[in-house]
Design a protein around this ligand. Structure first.
Ligand SMILES: *[C@@H]1O[C@H](CO)[C@@H](O)[C@H](O)[C@H]1NC(C)=O
Ligand SMILES: *[C@@H]1O[C@H](CO)[C@@H](O)[C@H](O)[C@H]1NC(C)=O
Ligand SMILES: *[C@@H]1O[C@H](CO)[C@@H](O)[C@H](O)[C@H]1NC(C)=O
Ligand SMILES: *[C@@H]1O[C@H](CO)[C@@H](O)[C@H](O)[C@H]1NC(C)=O
Ligand SMILES: *[C@@H]1O[C@H](CO)[C@@H](O)[C@H](O)[C@H]1NC(C)=O
Ligand SMILES: *[C@@H]1O[C@H](CO)[C@@H](O)[C@H](O)[C@H]1NC(C)=O
Length: 253
C-alpha cells in the first residue's frame, strides 16, 4: 500500500508544480488581474524624471506619458512601470491602466531597449550616457540569457506535464519514463529560475546607482512574482522525486 501513497503524493506535487508553471507562463500576456500580477521582473521608473531633474538642475518635460494607450517604441513618453513576462511586456501609467507589447515566443528581457524606445531622442541619449557600462543597458546579454531561460522553463513545463500524465498509468515502462521526466523537469526549472534570479539581481544594481553626488537613479528594478513561482515549482518537483524514488524501489521494483 505504501507505494500507492507515494505515487499519489508524487502526482499531487507534480500537479501543483504544473499549475505554478502555467501561472508563470500567463504573466503579462494581457493587463487583466492575474496576468498583471505575474511577471519575471519589474522596472519602476517613476522616480527617474525627478532624479534627472535634480542631477541636471533642469526641468524635465515630456519624459513621461499619462496616456496608457499611446504606442510603444515611438518616443511618446515612458510609463511609470514596466513589467516583463515570458511572452511580452506591459507598461502601466498607474496601478491599473496599461498596455502590453505584441506577443512573441521567448520575448526577451531587455528593459533598457523597451524604456528608451519610449523616450524622446534627447532623453534616450542622456539615459544611454548615464547607464553606459551597466548590465541594465546590456540588452544583448540580458536578451540571450532570458531567451535561454525561457526554453529551459518551457521544456521543464512540458516534462512536468509528461511526468504527471505518464505517472498515473500503472506500467513499469511508463513509471520509469515518468520518473526520468520528473528529474529532468526539476533540473530544467532549477536552471531557468537560477538564470532569471541572476540576471535580475545584476540589473538591480541600477537601484542604488548615483546620477550625481547623493542623487540615486530613481529606477527600481525588482524580482517579479514569476521568479518566486518558478522556485516554488522547483521545490514541488524536487519533493515529487523523493516519493517516486521510494515507490520505484519498494512498490514497483
Ligand atoms: C540650479 O539652477 C538654479 C536656477 O537656474 C540656480 O540658481 C542654482 O544655482 C543651480 N544649482 C546648481 C547646483 O547648479
Ligand atoms: C492616447 O493615445 C492614443 C493612441 O495614440 C490616441 O488615440 C488617444 O487619443 C490618446 N488619448 C489621449 C487622451 O490623448
Ligand atoms: C513605483 O514606485 C513608486 C515609489 O516607490 C511607487 O509610489 C509607485 O506606486 C510604483 N509604481 C507602481 C506602478 O507600482
Ligand atoms: C489610471 O489611469 C487611467 C487612464 O489615465 C485612469 O482612467 C484611471 O482612473 C487611473 N487609475 C488610477 C487608480 O489612478
Ligand atoms: C527634450 O526635448 C523636449 C522636446 O523637444 C523638450 O521639451 C525638453 O525640454 C528636452 N529636454 C532636455 C533635457 O533637453
Ligand atoms: C555585455 O555583457 C557581456 C557579458 O558579461 C560582455 O561580454 C559584453 O562586453 C557586455 N556588453 C556591453 C556593451 O557592455
Amino acid at each position: 500500500m505504501r507505494g500507492e501513497y507515494c505515487i499519489v503524493g508524487a502526482s499531487f506535487l507534480s500537479f501543483a508544480a504544473l499549475l505554478l508553471l502555467i501561472f508563470v507562463h500567463v504573466g503579462q500576456i494581457n493587463t487583466s488581474t492575474v496576468p498583471h500580477g505575474i511577471s519575471m521582473a519589474i522596472v519602476n521608473v517613476s522616480g527617474y524624471g525627478e532624479a534627472l531633474s535634480e542631477a541636471t538642475n533642469d526641468t524635465i518635460q515630456g519624459l513621461y506619458t499619462a496616456n496608457a494607450s499611446s504606442p510603444f517604441g515611438q518616443g511618446t513618453g515612458i510609463r511609470q512601470q514596466y513589467a516583463f513576462g515570458l511572452y511580452s511586456y506591459c507598461a502601466y501609467v498607474n496601478s491599473s491602466a496599461g498596455q502590453c507589447s505584441s506577443h512573441t515566443i521567448a520575448a526577451t528581457f531587455q528593459p533598457y531597449t523597451a524604456i528608451t524606445s519610449d523616450m524622446l531622442l534627447n532623453y534616450s541619449q542622456l539615459t544611454t550616457y548615464i547607464f553606459v557600462d551597466t548590465t541594465f543597458i546590456n540588452s544583448s546579454y540580458l536578451g540571450t540569457n532570458s531567451h535561454v531561460a525561457y526554453y529551459f522553463l518551457l521544456l521543464g513545463t512540458l516534462f512536468t506535464a509528461l511526468s504527471l500524465f505518464t505517472g498515473i498509468l500503472r506500467s513499469t515502462v511508463f513509471f520509469l519514463f515518468s520518473t526520468t521526466m520528473s528529474i529532468l523537469s526539476a533540473l530544467f526549472i532549477l536552471i531557468a529560475a537560477a538564470i532569471w534570479t541572476a540576471i535580475v539581481k545584476k540589473v538591480e544594481s541600477v537601484n542604488t546607482m548615483q546620477l550625481a553626488q547623493g542623487i540615486v537613479s530613481g529606477i527600481k528594478v525588482s524580482y517579479g512574482s514569476g521568479i518566486y513561482l518558478s522556485w516554488a515549482a522547483f521545490a514541488c518537483l524536487l519533493a515529487a522525486i523523493i516519493p517516486s524514488m521510494i515507490s520505484c524501489c519498494t512498490f514497483r521494483g
